[in-house]
Design a binder for this molecule. Structure first.
Ligand code: DHB
Ligand code: FE
Length: 295
């Protein structure tokens, strides 16, 4: 049986990619953000995930405003990143896991989610930068299943619907016959608004509400409508929908392993969190005890 270990939740600002390429991680502006990652990598080093279910939103690289699926699931053997106009070379993107993708797609459709399936799919900074942060040495040593949620062009799916989508993915993972170690990522947010009258808007109070409830009561995040979330968190802060869906994929009980929150990175409240499942916690403890015994 596959093991679902937990998830990494992170902002996905393109300028982070610029900082990686320039090697600017230790500059005063960037250090507080990059300092969140050693504990994340330590957890990844202990848990060694083989598959990442990536909940993110596309910003115009694969889906533009003319064709915008509410929920799209990648079912490709290979994915690519391309020039998004940020002046960055494309990031390496790990291979897909088509069999698992189709198992998830089958389950989502059986659960009455009318999704789009993509056998040819570019993935943008919202997927590639989080992978580069988690595995800085090069292409991430995992297979990915990208799940893109429309957080860009209204009408957007409700937070309740995104949590339900994630929970349906959890059912698919529970039924999956493979024996992989699987994690989720949820990317975007936290509060930010990049344009319009409120450009630069951020809301630490709402972000804290989201981070405090993500592990223990994710349903609390679904009590706001999409328009209320935009008001609370900014036009692009609504990317929290990706975090909510990813949280749903982890089942009922999870533990918070690490959290970092830093304002601002490019007008964005930058957050990084790790949540782990009960199964991963037990395995981690057993692993630690075994290591202590051997020492
Ligand atoms: C920016 C872009 C994003 O997709 C995001 O989530 C935050 C910030 C930006 O262009 O600065
Ligand atoms: Fe974004």
């Amino acid at each position: 049986m596959a093991k679902v270990i937990g998830g990494v939740f992170t902002s996905h600002v393109p300028a982070i990619g610029g900082a990686i390429h320039r090697g600017a991680q230790n500059e005063p502006y960037w250090k507080p953000f990059f300092d969140a990652w050693p504990p994340v990598r330590e957890w990844l080093g202990e848990q060694v995930p083989e598959v990442v279910i990536m909940f993110y939103n596309d910003h115009g690289l694969n889906f533009f405003l003319d064709k915008m699926p509410t929920f799209a699931v990648g079912a490709a053997a290979k994915y690519r990143n391309e020039d998004e106009g940020w002046g960055l070379p494309p990031f390496p993107v790990p291979p897909g896991h088509p069999d698992l993708s189709w198992a998830i797609i089958e389950k989502l459709v059986a659960e009455e989610f009318d999704i789009t399936t993509c056998q040819d799919m570019l993935v943008d900074h919202a997927a590639s930068i989080p992978l580069a942060l988690a595995w800085p040495a090069g292409e991430a040593p995992v297979k990915i299943v990208p799940i893109a949620i429309n957080t860009v062009q209204h009408p957007l799916p409700s937070a309740k619907r995104c949590l339900a989508l994630g929970r349906a993915v959890a059912k698919a993972l529970a039924e999956w016959q493979g024996d992989e170690t699987i994690m989720v990522m949820g990317t975007g947010g936290l509060s930010h608004q990049l344009d319009g009258e409120r450009a630069g808007f951020m809301n630490p109070e709402y972000d804290t509400f989201c981070m405090d409830n993500l592990s223990v009561d994710p349903d609390a995040l679904t009590r706001h409508s999409v328009h209320e979330i935009v008001e609370l968190s900014g036009t692009q802060g609504v990317e929290i929908l990706n975090w909510i869906a990813a949280r749903g994929a982890l089942g009922d009980k999870v533990h918070e392993v690490s959290r970092s929150y830093h304002i601002p990175i490019s007008n964005t409240a930058a957050a990084v969190m790790v949540l782990e499942t009960e199964a991963a916690r037990a395995a981690g403890k057993a692993g630690a005890e075994k290591t202590a015994e051997l020492a």
